[in-house]
Write a protein that binds this ligand. Structure first.
Ligand SMILES: Nc1ncnc2c1ncn2[C@@H]1O[C@H](COP(=O)(O)OP(=O)(O)OP(=O)(O)O)[C@@H](O)[C@H]1O
Ligand SMILES: C[C@@](O)(CCOP(=O)(O)O)CC(=O)O
Length: 200
């Protein structure tokens, strides 16, 4: 049965976490477990990087990937994106979600309160928030080092406090396995997918 939908998502999982906490790794894992008929990954930074790469003749694939290339451009991309957001805080949220048709949406990279507010206002029944956390030592092993103007700015710290997350995942070698920690999230996603099937 086709899962194409015009009625909007049944569940919107909005992930956030610091650089190298594992947002892409974990959201990829979730999509792998649920399948692409049920779940799509939406990156708010996707349309931002696309537009930025075009305007500045940069390699979009490398900006989208996990390597060091994007870090060379991060501070300037943040400034560029903030210009757009200051005019219209929902700009990238709208672009990233347009055309998404699966019953479960996984938003991999919320960074600001305005991102959460946009999803909560557009999808109040469906939105759940997930924080990915890990130690600075682990992030450093994955290639992170502190950059002033990036790691102490809103892009990295906008959701550090005043948000009650629905779920918190610890992405560390000595934490419970990711499959174990992700169980309640995957359960909610399976329920959402079932209810989408019943609605058809
Ligand atoms: N549990 C894990 N096991 C093995 N490798 C991991 C794990 N979590 C993250 N990594 C690796 O660490 C690196 C950083 O992870 P990832 O790109 O998912 O982080 P991120 O939060 O999306 O970072 P950024 O904000 O810089 O995009 C990647 O190379 C990823 O494959
Ligand atoms: C420019 C920016 O979108 C880069 C995000 O890159 P990534 O999700 O860390 O791969 C961060 C931001 O919007 O503040």
């Amino acid at each position: 049965m086709s899962m194409d939908r015009v009625s909007g998502p049944e569940l919107v999982l909005v992930f956030s976490g610091k650089r190298k906490s594992g947002k892409d790794y974990i959201t990829d894992l979730i999509q792998d477990r649920l399948g692409s008929e049920v779940c799509c990954i939406l990156r708010l930074s996707g349309p931002l990087k696309q537009q930025y790469a075009q305007e500045h003749q940069l390699d979009l694939d490398q900006l989208l990937g996990p390597g060091p290339y994007k870090e060379l451009h991060r501070a300037a991309m943040i400034r560029w994106g903030e210009n757009r957001r200051n005019q219209d805080p929902g700009f990238f949220c709208r672009l990233a979600t347009s055309g998404a048709q699966t019953p479960v949406w996984v938003v991999s990279d919320a960074r600001r309160l305005s991102d959460l507010q946009w999803f909560r206002s557009a999808f109040p029944r469906q939105t759940r928030t997930v924080r990915i956390q890990c130690s600075e030592e682990t992030r450093a092993q994955r290639g992170w080092s502190f950059i002033p103007g990036v790691d102490d700015a809103e892009s990295e710290c906008g959701l550090d406090s005043s948000v009650e997350f629905d779920w918190i995942i610890t992405n560390e070698a000595d934490a419970p396995s990711l499959d174990e920690q992700l169980q309640p999230i995957l359960k909610a996603a399976h329920e959402a997918a079932s209810s989408a099937r019943l609605d058809q």
